[in-house]
Design a protein around this ligand. Structure first.
Ligand SMILES: [Fe+2]
Length: 304
């Protein structure tokens, strides 16, 4: 076995505090989202919690950090600037790979902002200028990080996502190429591929199409956010099951009904006949010492 590569995964920071919206910025879906933030979300998503999670990730000295979207809340122009500053504190663009979430394309007027404001973190290898395009591929150590965008503006009270035909077609040609290169393919996507109870209006609309692509061409692992919950769901691949792993929001305070803030660490090593992927979940737990980050769970996900 060769040395292992350490990949950290966090999601859905929903950065606060909310900048003061200007009058005309607060119409339609944004007005509802703003009221929602002021009434309850500001108390859930805490910057000091997020800062502890990021510091704990840095203490683990990962080789790379994946961030699966929802950096902002109602996609005000000022939120993108603040989020760009926060991304710099996570790490340099070479070491941090980002995909956008539905909140990053919350409003039709700013739905393309993320692709410019955070472009350095969304670019594939060899494409370092201009707005980001998807899917992107970044080769890091034994990994191929494949980033897709499911971020599309939706009607109020709807948080669905969609890859669309162009991204799906591109995946169909990229995935077999990367398999031939014998890289560990990690798909980064904001929306989960399964529909959790009560999440029909927040589902990935073309999940079935993506699942049939994965069944034919495979990836080694899928990392997602969006549901703000710990999740592992296994899907069919061409030669065995593919784990799809979700994490809670990295800023979620302890003590509510939601899962408190956590992140995942994956130790990934090439073996003689495949991959060994070991997962460690670190974060806060509600029941005991809610102010300290601990190991929540560790297990071998994939071993040949
Ligand atoms: Fe989301």
């Amino acid at each position: 076995m060769t040395d292992s590569f350490l990949l950290a995964h966090l999601s859905d920071p929903h950065l606060g505090p909310m900048p003061r919206p200007r009058g005309l910025e607060l119409v339609g879906k944004r007005a509802i989202g703003y009221i929602n933030w002021q009434r309850k979300r500001y108390a859930i998503h805490r910057r000091e919690v997020l800062a502890q999670i990021v510091a704990d990730i840095h203490a683990q000295r990962p080789d790379h950090i994946a961030v699966t979207g929802d950096l902002v809340n109602i996609a005000l122009p000022a939120e993108f600037i603040e989020a760009a500053a926060w991304l710099k504190t996570v790490g340099p663009p070479h070491d941090v790979s980002l995909v956008p979430g539905n909140h990053d394309a919350y409003d039709i007027s700013t739905r393309h902002h993320f692709a410019n404001a955070w472009a350095d973190y969304l670019h594939g290898d060899g494409a370092s200028t201009g707005a980001a395009t998807f899917p992107y591929v970044r080769r890091r150590g034994p990994l191929a990080l494949i980033g897709v965008s499911t971020a599309t503006p939706t009607a109020p009270f709807v948080a669905t996502g969609q890859l669309g035909r162009a991204q799906r077609n591109a995946l169909e040609s990229i995935l077999p190429q990367l398999a031939q290169e014998n890289l560990c393919r990690v798909l980064l996507i904001h929306h989960p591929l399964h529909v959790a109870p009560g999440r029909w209006t927040a589902r990935l609309r073309d999940a079935d199409d993506l699942l049939s692509i994965l069944k034919q061409h495979g990836v080694e692992m899928v990392l997602h956010g969006h549901d703000h919950r710990h999740a592992i769901v296994w899907f069919d691949g061409p030669s065995g099951k593919i784990p799809a792993i979700g994490v809670p929001s990295a800023s979620a305070a302890s003590g509510g009904h939601h899962h408190p803030a956590a992140y995942n660490l994956f130790s990934i090593a090439r073996t003689n006949d495949g991959w060994r992927i070991e997962q460690t979940v670190r974060g806060f737990v509600n029941e005991s010492s809610p102010d300290a980050i601990t190991d929540i769970r560790a297990e071998v996900l994939i071993a040949p």
